[in-house]
Design a protein. Structure first.
Lengths: 270, 317
C-alpha cells in the first residue's frame, strides 16, 4: 500500500512521493545524545507528526530539518538530493518555512509587515534596485503584497493587519506566525507545537487552519505536538520518539496500538 | 537674578524676533546633522545590538578619504564615488574580520571591538592621508557658498547657502532611509533582524548581508555628515567630537527608535543654541554648547531611563 511513489490515505486522499528523507540522524551535544539513529521520510502533500514525551528530542529533530542544528551523523535528503550542510536562512530559501514553540515574531512590526517578511525568500531584485525603488523592485512588492493579502484573508486576520504584533494576545500571535510561514509558499511547512498553551476553542481553530492549508494549497506539513488527541485527528502518519530514539512510525491507528508507544506514554512496571 | 533667568531672555526673544529666527535656524542646521549621525547609531544598534563607538571616526575617515583622494588629482565627483566604494569595502571587512568571529559574544565585547575599529581608523587615516588639518573641497563639489539675506519683521536673517544645502540634503537622506526601511523587503529584513534573530533566520534573512548593508548605510551617512561638517569647520580628527554629540541625542531618543533619533537630534540642536545665546552668554560666560546637551540628557535620564522614545525594558529578577 505504501511505497516511494506515494500512497492513498484512509480518507481517500492521494499522497505524493518522498519530499524529505532523514537517514540515520544522530545529534549529540557534548556527552548528551539528543537524537539517536533515527530515519523517517516525509511525503509530498501529507501531514506528518512527530510526537513523544517531554525531552524526547522532537524539537531537536525539527531544528535539524530546518537547519538550526547540524546532525552529528546522518544525512538529510530533500527533493531527491542530499542536502549539504546549510545555514538556516539557506534552508529557508529552499522552501522550508517554520514556526517556533515560543513564538518568534517581530514584535515591533505590524502584522502586515511580519507576514511580508515571509516573502523575503522570494526576493529577486537586488539591493540597489530596492533602495532606488526601481521597476522590478516595485513590481515585486506588489506581487508579494497580493500573496500576503490572500494568506491574511485565509487565516482570518484582516482586522488586525495594521496592529503591532506586540499588542496581540497569544492565540493570535500563533496565527500570525503561521501566516508568515505560509506567505513563503513553502514546499515544507514545519510547525513546532502549534497548539501549545491554547484553550480548546483556539486549538480547534488552529486544527481547522492546518487542515485547510494542507487541503487548499496542498502544502506538506510536519508538526510536533504534545496533545495526542489533536495529533491523531490531524495527521496522516506519525513518528513517535522517546529518549532520542524512534519507537513507532505509522498511521495514527497503527501507532495507537503499538505496545512501545503505550509504555512510553503511560509508563510501564519495572 | 530670577529676572535674568526667567524673564529677560524671553523678553529679548520677543523684542528681536529676527534674531530669534537666526538662532533657531542655526540650531536647526546642527540639529539635522546630529540627527543624521544618531540615525547611523540606531540602524546598527537595531540590527545587531552593537553600540557602534566608531560612528564618529567613520565621519572623519570618510571626509579624510574624500579630500585625500581629491588631493591626488582625482576629480571631485569621482572622489565621492570612490569614497563610497571605500566605505563599502570597510563595511564588508568589518563584518568579515570583526563581527563574524564575535557573533553571539556579550554586547560589551562587541562594543569593545568597535573601539578597536575606532583606533584602527584613526591610525590608518593618519598613515594614508596625514594628520594635518585639511579644507573640505566645498567648491569643487559644487556646493553653493554665498548667502541669502531675508528681512523678516523689518530685521535681518542671514541664511548661508551651505547651511540650506546641508538641511535639504540631510532631510532628503532621512526621508529616503525611512522609505527604504518601511516600504521595501530589504528594509523589512533590517527591522526584522533587530527584533528577533531566530525568526529572521527562519524567513531566509542572512545576518551577514544585513550587517554589511547597515554598516554601509552608516558609512554613507558618515560621508554626508563629514562633507557638511567639514565644509563648516575643516577636516580634522577633532570632527570626531561632533559624533559624541550624538550620545545625548541617543539618550534622549532611545537607542531603538528612528523617530526618536530624528526628534532628539533636532531638539538638542535647537535647545543648545537657544540656551547658549539667551542664557549661556549673558549668565555663564558662554561656550555652553560643549556641555549643555550632556546635562540635558542626564536630566532626562533621571526621569525616564529608557529615553523619551526608547522601549521600556522590564527585566524579571
Amino acid at each position: 500500500m505504501r511505497d516511494t511513489e506515494g500512497y492513498v490515505t484512509a480518507d481517500g486522499r492521494q499522497i505524493g512521493g518522498v519530499l524529505m528523507e532523514m537517514k540515520n540522524i544522530t545529534l549529540k551535544f557534548g556527552g548528551v545524545t539528543a537524537i539517536q539513529d533515527i530515519s523517517f521520510d516525509i511525503h509530498e502533500g501529507e501531514i506528518r507528526a512527530i510526537i513523544g514525551p517531554n525531552g524526547a528530542g522532537k524539537s531537536s529533530m525539527l531544528n535539524v530539518i530546518s537547519g538550526f542544528y547540524t546532525p552529528t551523523v546522518g544525512e538529510v535528503w530533500y527533493k531527491g538530493a542530499k542536502r549539504p550542510q546549510m545555514k538556516p536562512y539557506e534552508v529557508a530559501r529552499m522552501g522550508v518555512a517554520r514556526t517556533f514553540q515560543n513564538i518568534a515574531l517581530f514584535e515591533g512590526m505590524t502584522v502586515l509587515d511580519n507576514v511580508m517578511t515571509g516573502r523575503l525568500t522570494h526576493m529577486k531584485s537586488g539591493i540597489a534596485a530596492q533602495a532606488l525603488w526601481w521597476g522590478s523592485a516595485q513590481r515585486e512588492e506588489i506581487e508579494n503584497r497580493e500573496v500576503v493579502e490572500k494568506v491574511i484573508d485565509f487565516l482570518e486576520i484582516q482586522n488586525i493587519r495594521k496592529t503591532p504584533v506586540g499588542r496581540l494576545p497569544y492565540g493570535l500571535k500563533k496565527r500570525v506566525e503561521l501566516a508568515r510561514a505560509l506567505a513563503a509558499e513553502p514546499s515544507l511547512l514545519l510547525l513546532d507545537e502549534p497548539m501549545a498553551g491554547m484553550n480548546v476553542e483556539e486549538k480547534e481553530d488552529m486544527s481547522r487552519f492546518i487542515l485547510d492549508v494542507n487541503d487548499e494549497f496542498g502544502t506538506t506539513i510536519a508538526l510536533i505536538e504534545h496533545d495526542m488527541g489533536v495529533v491523531m485527528d490531524l495527521s496522516d502518519r506519525v513518528v513517535v520518539m522517546d529518549y532520542g530514539k524512534k519507537i513507532g512510525d505509522g498511521t495514527p491507528d497503527e501507532v495507537r496500538n503499538n505496545q512501545d508507544v503505550i509504555d512510553a506514554y503511560l509508563g510501564v512496571a519495572h | 537674578m530670577l529676572n535674568d533667568i526667567f524673564i529677560a531672555p524671553f523678553a529679548d526673544m520677543i523684542a528681536a524676533p529676527d534674531f530669534l529666527m537666526q538662532v533657531l535656524w542655526e540650531g536647526l542646521v546642527s540639529g539635522v546633522l546630529y540627527a543624521l549621525i544618531a540615525l547611523g547609531f540606531v540602524l546598527i544598534f537595531r540590527s545587531s545590538r552593537i553600540f557602534n563607538f566608531a560612528q564618529g571616526i567613520m565621519v572623519v575617515f570618510a571626509a579624510l578619504t574624500l579630500v585625500g583622494l581629491h588631493s591626488f588629482g582625482i576629480p571631485a565627483w569621482i572622489s565621492v564615488a570612490l569614497t563610497l566604494g571605500v566605505m563599502f569595502v570597510l563595511a564588508v571587512s568589518i563584518e568579515r574580520v570583526v563581527l563574524r568571529p564575535l557573533v553571539g559574544q556579550p554586547d560589551i565585547i562587541l562594543f569593545m571591538a568597535t573601539i578597536g575599529i575606532t583606533l584602527f581608523l584613526i591610525g590608518g587615516g593618519e598613515i594614508i592621508f596625514g594628520g594635518e588639518n585639511k579644507v573640505m573641497i566645498t567648491e569643487e563639489l559644487g556646493i553653493p557658498t554665498g548667502d541669502t539675506v531675508l528681512e523678516p519683521f523689518g530685521g535681518l536673517l542671514i541664511l548661508q547657502h551651505l547651511d540650506i544645502t546641508v538641511v535639504v540634503v540631510a532631510c532628503a537622506l532621512v526621508a529616503a532611509l525611512l522609505a527604504f526601511l518601511n516600504y521595501t523587503q530589504m528594509g523589512r529584513a533590517i527591522r526584522a533582524l533587530g527584533d528577533d534573530h531566530q525568526a529572521a533566520l527562519s524567513v531566509g534573512i542572512s545576518l551577514q548581508t544585513v550587517w554589511v548593508l547597515v554598516w554601509f548605510i552608516a558609512g554613507i551617512i558618515a560621508l554626508v555628515t563629514g562633507i557638511a561638517w567639514g565644509a563648516r569647520a575643516g577636516v580634522s580628527f577633532a570632527l570626531e567630537v561632533i559624533a559624541y554629540k550624538a550620545l545625548p541625542v541617543l539618550m534622549l531618543g532611545g537607542l531603538e527608535s528612528i523617530t526618536g533619533a530624528i526628534i532628539g537630534g533636532l531638539m538638542i540642536g535647537l535647545l543648545e543654541k537657544l540656551f547658549e545665546i539667551y542664557w549661556g552668554q549673558p549668565l555663564l560666560g558662554g561656550n555652553t554648547e560643549t556641555w549643555f546637551a550632556f546635562v540635558l540628557a542626564l536630566i532626562v535620564l533621571l526621569f525616564r531611563p529608557q529615553g523619551l522614545f526608547g522601549e521600556r525594558i522590564i527585566e524579571r529578577v
